[in-house]
Ligand binder design. Sequence first.
Ligand code: FES
Length: 236
Amino acid sequence: MERTFKVLRFDPEKDKKPYLQEYEVPVRDGMTVLEGLFYIQRRLDPSLAFRFSCRGSVCGSCAMNINGRNRLGCETQVSSLKGVIKARPLGHFKVLRDLVVDLDDFWEKYKRVRPYLIPSSPPPEKERLQSPEERGRIGDTIDCILCANCHGSCAVTGTDSEYLGPAALLKTDRFLRDSRDGAGDERLRTVDGVHGVWRCHTILNCQDVCPKELSPTSSIMDMRKKVLKKRESDGS
Ligand code: FES
C-alpha cells in the first residue's frame, strides 16, 4: 500500500518561496513518518533535508509539523494519520532548508535561564544527596527533551521575539524545584517580567504538543505564585 506524503521544500539558495512536493511512499505496519522521510531521501529525492538522531523519541531532533500539529517524526505512526501526510518545519523559526529550522533563538533563550544547577555551597566530597521526597518535588519537569515543539506552537513566541518561551520557563521551574539549587531568587528575577512568566496567555498549545506530556503552562502558573510571594517578602 502507498501513502501520499507532501513535504515542504525550500532551498533559500534557489527557491523564491517554499512549496509542497508530493511523493508516493510504500508503507508497512509500524512505519513512522520519519521512516517515510528516509524512504523519500534514499529512494526518491536525496536532496530532502531533515533532522534526526536517536529515532526513539529521546533526542528531540525530528520535531516537525505533521498534519497541522507539532510532533516527533520518529514516534508518529503513519497509520495514525488520515489522508495525505503533510510534513512542514516547526513554525516561528526561520527555515534553513526543507524541514530544518534555525534553532539559534531557542537556544539563546534557553541559555538565558541558566539551565544548570547553581549550588550555594561548595561541592561535597562525594555528591549532593537528595531525599526521595526532594526528588519527587522536581516531578516530570526533568523529562523535557528540548525538541522545541512547544516553542514552535506557542502563540506568544510567534509574536514576541523576546519572550523566553515555554521550554526555557519549564527549565527554570525544574531548577526552582531542585533542593540542591541555590539560585532561586536570581531565577525568579530572570522570569519576572513582560517577556517572562507574565507574558503567557495560557492557551495551552505547549502542553498539547509536548511529546512527554509535560505542562509548561502549569510551571509558569506556579512560578507566578512564587514571584508574587517573593515580591511580598521583599516588600516590593
Ligand atoms: Fe530523536 Fe526523533 S530522532 S526524537
